[in-house]
Design a protein around this ligand. Sequence first.
Ligand SMILES: Cc1cc2nc3c(=O)[nH]c(=O)nc-3n(C[C@H](O)[C@H](O)[C@H](O)COP(=O)(O)OP(=O)(O)OC[C@H]3O[C@@H](n4cnc5c(N)ncnc54)[C@H](O)[C@@H]3O)c2cc1C
Length: 466
Amino acid sequence: MGSSERKRTIPTHSATENTIVWFRRDLRLVDLPTLLAAADSARNALAVFVLDPALIKPSGVRRRTALIACLNSLDEALDGRLLVVRGNPVEIIPDLARRIEATQVHISSDHGPYGTRRDAAVEQHIPLVRTGSPFAIAPGRIVKDDGTAYRVFTPFYKRWLDHGWRAPASTSASTNSWIDPAAVTGVERAELPANVKPVCPVGEHAAREQWDEYLANGVDQYKEHRDRPDLDDTTRMSVHLKWGTIHPRTMLADLRDHDSDSARELRRQLAWRDFYADVLAREPRSARHNLNPDFDRMPISTDTPEAQVLLAAWKAGRTGYPIVDAGMRQLLHEGWMHNRVRMIVASFLVKDLHLPWWWGARFFMRHLVDGDLPANQHGWQWVAGSGTDAAPYFRIFNPITQGQRYDPQGDYVRRWVPELREIPGKEVHTVGQRGIEVPGYPAPIVDHAVERREALARYEHVKQAR
Ligand SMILES: Cc1cc2nc3c(=O)[nH]c(=O)nc-3n(C[C@H](O)[C@H](O)[C@H](O)COP(=O)(O)OP(=O)(O)OC[C@H]3O[C@@H](n4cnc5c(N)ncnc54)[C@H](O)[C@@H]3O)c2cc1C
């Protein structure tokens, strides 16, 4: 590219002419306050996304594919002006800032353990201006009267409602004047494959369309249907919230127009997302360790050869417990699993197989298209009993009765476990218990009644810590 063209796209007469908008988990242009802050501070903005191997590597293929599709859609909305670079943001962002003579970089804040460290390292080189976050209310804001954090959801939720959230920001592609990345010399632009096929439609446009469709046709049954995997009638917005192709504030604003128990229930679920982000931001260690250290005393079966065999059966959806197997196969096939079934399969891993929750959490993070550290690690710890506001350990999910209750006709199981398609109605949940041999389908790998007693015996070790 000739130097005259470069001059036209990147004015250089003042350092405040140019800035960077560094996209991370906010791959949208509507309701993005960062864009307003960037427009206030500089005439031109360079839109950047860094493909950081530290984050890309642990993501499974589905999440990576969804990310690429989101980036392609953002680039299209920006008329090809999204600069995607591969590498370490701690080197790349300050380098880009030097190249375009930007004196600051605009972001929405990241409160995760890795993101916090990364941003602190970038800030050693260039100031970051944080505007907004991926949450309705940013972690750290909701505190008790004495300034301490909530450890139980319901009072957090009450305060969250009282606190309220901002109205959506009025932004679009034209809020900023975007610098043409082609004019930034000496930078290797990552070429993204154009025709990736994510497991579900993603990108800002798809998020909005899906949300509008749910508001029109699904939201009024949310409360009644949300626990029923057979009905498959939740929003499925988690992948969009994961990549920030829609902001929860936008969703909350729309829900205000729906005065119903269902709309309130959905709002409450969005508060769980904020709650777990708050917990993880305050206790980053809890991404990998028990939040409640009493649970460090829980005997877990990690180093027996049998543990690996049980784990492999769980991962493959071949435990002989139909609802567990259906869930795991949905995960492997769709990269998504219904919330009720996430709880059932997690409980089975922890309390029937006596394996560490973090083994299951790691597998989920690899396969989920919506894999999100706070929701996942604390969803697992909720089930395992070691987290904030966790289910009491001694309340152990029975995979048979859970199946009968939440998949009453067995339709969900038959959808995902083809070997069981010929078994009619709710009978499908009890094939293993009735000793029925189904060709190709395994007998139960453990006896739930026996493992329940074993789990409760192990729990005595935790109680002794008190
Ligand atoms: C073991 C386990 C692991 C989980 N891992 C993840 C994960 O990696 N990523 C993820 O987004 N959610 C996770 N969840 C929470 C929940 O299962 C999903 O958010 C939900 O199933 C996504 O489907 P949906 O968008 O149709 O949800 P809806 O029921 O339509 O809910 C709307 C939104 O509210 C939020 N939400 C709902 N329930 C929860 C919850 N329990 N915790 C936090 N946020 C919630 C999500 O953002 C969701 O998209 C996990 C739950 C468990 C029990």
